[in-house]
Design a protein around this ligand. Sequence first.
Ligand code: G3P
Length: 215
Amino acid sequence: MQLYLDTANLNEIREAASWGILSGVTTNPTLIAREQGVDFKATISEIATLVDGPISAETIALDAEGMLREGLEYAAWHPNVIIKVPSTTEGLKAVYQLAKKGIRTNVTLCFNAAQALMAARAGAFVVSPFVGRVDDTGVDGIQLIREIATIYKQDAAISTKILSASIRHPRHIVDSALAGADIATCPFKVLQQAMRHPLTDRGIEQFIADWKARA
Ligand code: G3P
């Protein structure tokens, strides 16, 4: 399973890219807005220079025509830009039209496996089930990943990848991989947490103490 960073913060992207683990980046309007005052095009273009992999940029329009217009504009910024559209019937129309033009899409805000199946049928490059937000409703978000993986595996014609999103903690990363996700997009904080373990710290302390005390 590949790891993406779910952020528009350039410092976080630079840092995680230096670890050698990043295969792509996802953004959404909330994450762009969090980086107060930044220009959308400039930010996406800068991210594309930091990470050599798919960079998701989300449309704002609610109708297919608008999504298509925005998608064509964003796709011209860099070949790695992926157009993010919501899991709606208008989103499906936009995915279908963009796919015909060879433009890759990320169908986001996916909350059930039927949405994921329809996104795949329309020609989505990736689908983004929101694991954490499903958990928030009292339903098992990882079960959604499992269902989509099973459905996609049944049909060799489906090449849509499963991008596990709304990741809240390191266990979501592990469970997403075990459930069959192709990619997990993670907040920077969760990637940091995933690499921390008290026994790792204690082991380092012990090794250094023993090294210093050697005869
Ligand atoms: O990028 C979409 C998704 O990962 C958002 O996560 O934490 O806002 O539910 P969250």
